[in-house]
Ligand binder design. Structure first.
Ligand SMILES: *Cc1c(COP(=O)(O)O)cnc(C)c1O
Length: 437
């Protein structure tokens, strides 16, 4: 909560956009030298307080192990804490209604989650390919069985970490990515959370494609993000986030991170804090524009009953059958069958993703073109959309996904919608699609 000791209690609980700007405010009554943009300190080490000072005496009494690392009275070494990283995590914790910790990249965060739970069985299906590569690295040190998300979950003899906590070790970890890379389709969190918990397992969710989705409402145990994407939002930093509801679990994650060394640098933390200020407006705009583009692209898929109101140019695209299928959470639940060579995961027919995606549809989605050559060429035929991997930035991107993930449908193009005007992005895609005919 923002804090002002002169004016403490007369305001209602702030909304998320306000928290993004003020959750880390110093108390401006008592803090001298208060720059509005946080200062950037790159220091890796800090001068220790004099033993005769009050804080020096307190430190000698509690020792490093007795410190609350979320609010340390002093910084000691930046592998543990630093001013900017602390402020960034304070804002993230407010935005995510939990205790958040940052990492050097999304994959470092994912790996941190796996090390934390040290599972013997991981249930996962598709999604971001790098997470699968990370699980392979983990499996060098552990006998770990990988099962499909929809397999039967085993009930395991679960151990404890041995640090006095309730965190299980050697159990089942259900890893759900939603919305799913690269299609932006949602998976039913309530369903998988129940299944994981019924089997005595834990569930972690990679929610990178929806930065404001509150997965804790569905009862999940851990939230993971690649902050490189929407949280960063400007294609200029790599970072990851883990968030949990329980402060004790945060303490364990903090301890792990301090000793496997997966924290982000001060510069990146500062860049992320800068980006968090505008997250809400960026996301709302990107999500709205993307959903409009999906709606339009869906009208370009060849159907037996084309609409009479379609423009001549769009009619050409429809007649040529260039776009075979569009995927996006706003199109779920869907009745049209996926007839492609590599059909996608189909969520239960009763699942309405709107119930878990209250803060907007994904701004990243995918469509399939009629052949591989067209899919490879399209990202190079546009003007505003850049042919590039990654997503979530303010500039729109197109990617022939096969280049990043060799297991992907060769005809699939992923779209990351930035902050350009809808009309310009639509005209850009239309013109590129016409060039493919
Ligand atoms: C990008 C991404 C990751 C990996 O994050 P990095 O920051 O690149 O390490 C993990 N999951 C999803 C869904 C992603 O899009």
């Amino acid at each position: 909560m923002p804090y002002n000791s002169a004016n403490k209690s007369d305001l209602p609980t702030p909304g998320k956009a306000t928290l993004g700007l003020h959750a880390d405010d110093p108390d401006h009554v008592t803090s001298p030298n208060y720059p509005l943009a946080p200062s950037l300190s790159l220091s890796s080490t800090f001068r220790l307080p004099h033993p005769a000072s009050q804080i020096g005496q307190e430190l000698a009494e509690t020792g490093e192990t007795g410190l609350d690392w979320q609010k340390p009275p002093v910084h000691i070494y930046s592998r543990f804490t630093s001013e900017t990283r602390g402020r960034t995590e304070q804002v993230l914790s407010s935005l995510l209604d939990s205790h958040a910790l940052t990492y050097a990249s999304g994959l470092t965060a994912a790996y941190g989650a796996i090390l934390h739970y040290a599972p013997k069985v991981i249930a996962i299906r598709r999604g971001y390919h790098g997470v699968h590569a990370g699980i392979k690295i983990y499996s060098r040190t552990q006998d770990v069985k990988i099962i499909d998300l929809d397999d039967e979950y085993p009930k395991l003899d679960v151990g404890k970490r041995g640090d006095g906590s309730d965190t299980p070790k050697g159990g089942l970890l259900v890893w759900v990515e939603t919305p799913l890379n690269p299609t932006g389709e949602a998976r039913d969190l309530q369903y998988y959370t129940k299944r994981a918990h019924d089997a005595g397992g834990v569930i972690a969710v990679d929610s990178t494609f929806a930065p404001l989705q509150n997965v804790f409402e569905q009862g999940v145990d851990m939230l993971m993000h690649s902050a490189t994407k929407y949280f960063g939002g400007h294609s200029d930093l790599l970072m990851g986030i883990l968030a949990v509801k329980d402060k004790k679990q945060w303490d364990q994650l903090f301890d792990d991170r301090s000793h496997f060394g997966g924290m982000p640098g001060n510069m990146e933390s500062w860049l992320l804090l800068r980006s968090l200020r505008s997250l809400q407006v960026r996301w709302r705009q990107q999500s709205t524009t993307a959903t409009r583009l999906v709606e339009w692209l869906q009208t370009l898929v060849q159907t037996t009953s084309p609409s009479a109101t379609v423009s001549q140019e769009d009619q050409k695209i429809i007649a040529a059958g260039v776009i075979e299928r569009v995927w996006h959470a706003s199109l779920q639940p869907r009745k049209d069958k996926d007839t492609s060579a590599t059909p996608r995961f189909e969520e239960g027919k009763d699942f309405n993703p709107a119930t878990q995606m209250k803060n907007g549809w994904p701004a990243t989605f995918a469509f399939r073109l009629s052949d591989k050559k067209k899919a490879a060429l399209l990202p190079h035929e546009t003007t505003y959309f850049a042919a590039a991997t990654s997503l979530g930035g303010v500039e729109s991107l197109l990617e022939h996904r096969l280049g990043s993930d060799p297991t992907e449908d060769p005809c699939l193009v992923r779209v990351s919608v930035g902050l350009e005007e809808f009309e310009d992005l639509q005209a850009d895609l239309r013109s590129a699609l016409l060039k493919l005919i």
